[in-house]
Design a protein around this ligand. Structure first.
Ligand code: HH2
Length: 255
C-alpha cells in the first residue's frame, strides 16, 4: 500500500503532493512500482496534529481521486462524508485510524457500499497520544481492542472477509512498544484477518538507528521484512519499489 498524503503537515511527505497533479503522479508511480493499492489521505494524524474540517479534507482529496479514476485506491479518513465521496469516485478501501470510533456514520457507509475496511489501534488521539503511552501488555491489549472493533464492524454489517487489522505503529506507543507489537505480531495474526503494518519512515526508526531526523527507506524496509516474517501481509509505505523488491526476496527465500 503506497502512501499519498495531500496535506501541508504530514510528517514525511507533507506539502509534497498539495497540487492534485503531483499527488496523482505520485500515486501512478507507486502502482507502476508494484503497489497493490494507494492510500490517499487529506488529514495528517502525526503526533501533535490538529484535525481538519470536512470541507478542507474534501478540497484536498477529491481532485486527486478524480484524476485517479480506475486505480486501486484507499481513502485514509475518519469522516463518513469523505469516505462516501471517495467510494463514489472509485476507492475500494476505507482506512480509518479511529477504527469506527470517530464518525458514527462511517460504519454504515462502509457496510452499505461493500467497501474494504482497515481497523487500526490508537491509544488516545493524535494531538496528545505520544505524551505518555501506557500498557500492561501492549500486544494483548491491542489484540483485544482490534478483536472488539472487528466484532463491532461485523455486527453493523461490514463483511468480515473485507476487514484488515492494524496495530497502529506510533499511535500512542513508545519505540519499545512498537517493536513489541511487531515481535508479537502472531497475537494479531491469530485474530484471523490480514494484518497491515505501517512502520514506514516513523520516528521510532530514527531512534533505533540513532540518527535523529533519519527516516530512511532502508530502516523502513527492515521493519517491513521483520513484520512480514511474523505474518503481516499489507505494508503501508512511502518507498514502494524498495519494499516490493525486499519483500519479493524475503518471500523467495521462504518459498
Ligand atoms: N499511519 C499514518 C497514517 N495513517 N493508517 C494505517 N492504517 N496505519 C498506519 O500506520 C498509519 C495510517 C501516519 O503516517 P503518514 O500518513 O505517513 O503521516 P501523517 O499522518 O502525518 O499524514
Amino acid at each position: 500500500m503506497g502512501i499519498v498524503n495531500v496535506t501541508p503537515d504530514s510528517f514525511s511527505d507533507g506539502g509534497l503532493h498539495l497540487q492534485p497533479e503531483a499527488a496523482a503522479a505520485a500515486a501512478r508511480r507507486m502502482i507502476e512500482e508494484g503497489a497493490a493499492i494507494v492510500d490517499v489521505g487529506g488529514e495528517s494524524t502525526r503526533p501533535g496534529s490538529e484535525a481538519v474540517s470536512l470541507d478542507e479534507e474534501l478540497r484536498r482529496v477529491v481532485p486527486v481521486l478524480e484524476l485517479l479514476g480506475g486505480m486501486p485506491l484507499s481513502i485514509d479518513t475518519a469522516k463518513a462524508e469523505v469516505a462516501r465521496r471517495a467510494l463514489e469516485l472509485g476507492a475500494a478501501l476505507v482506512n480509518d485510524v479511529t477504527a469506527l470510533r470517530g464518525d458514527a456514520e462511517l460504519a454504515g457507509v462502509v457496510a452499505d457500499t461493500g467497501a474494504y475496511l482497515c481497523l487500526m489501534h490508537m491509544q488516545g488521539e493524535p494531538r496528545t497520544m505520544q505524551r505518555e503511552p501506557r500498557y500492561d501488555d501492549v500486544a494483548g491489549e491491542v489484540a483485544s481492542f482490534l478483536e472488539e472493533r472487528l466484532r463491532f464492524a461485523v455486527a453493523v454489517g461490514v463483511a468480515e472477509e473485507r476487514i484488515c487489522l492494524d496495530p497502529g505503529i506510533g499511535f500512542g506507543k513508545t519505540t519499545e512498544q512498537n517493536l513489541e507489537l511487531v515481535r508479537r505480531l502472531d497475537v494479531l495474526v491469530a485474530l484471523g484477518r490480514p494484518v497491515l503494518v505501517g512502520f514506514s519512515r516513523k520516528s521510532s526508526l530514527a531512534r533505533i538507528v540513532g540518527e535523529p531526523g533519519a527516516r530512511t527507506a532502508s530502516a523502513s524496509v527492515g521493519a517491513a521484512v521483520a513484520a512480514w516474517e511474523r505474518g503481516a501481509s499489507i505494508f503501508r509505505v512511502h518507498d514502494v519499489r524498495e519494499h516490493v523488491d525486499a519483500l519479493a526476496v524475503a518471500a523467495a527465500v521462504s518459498a
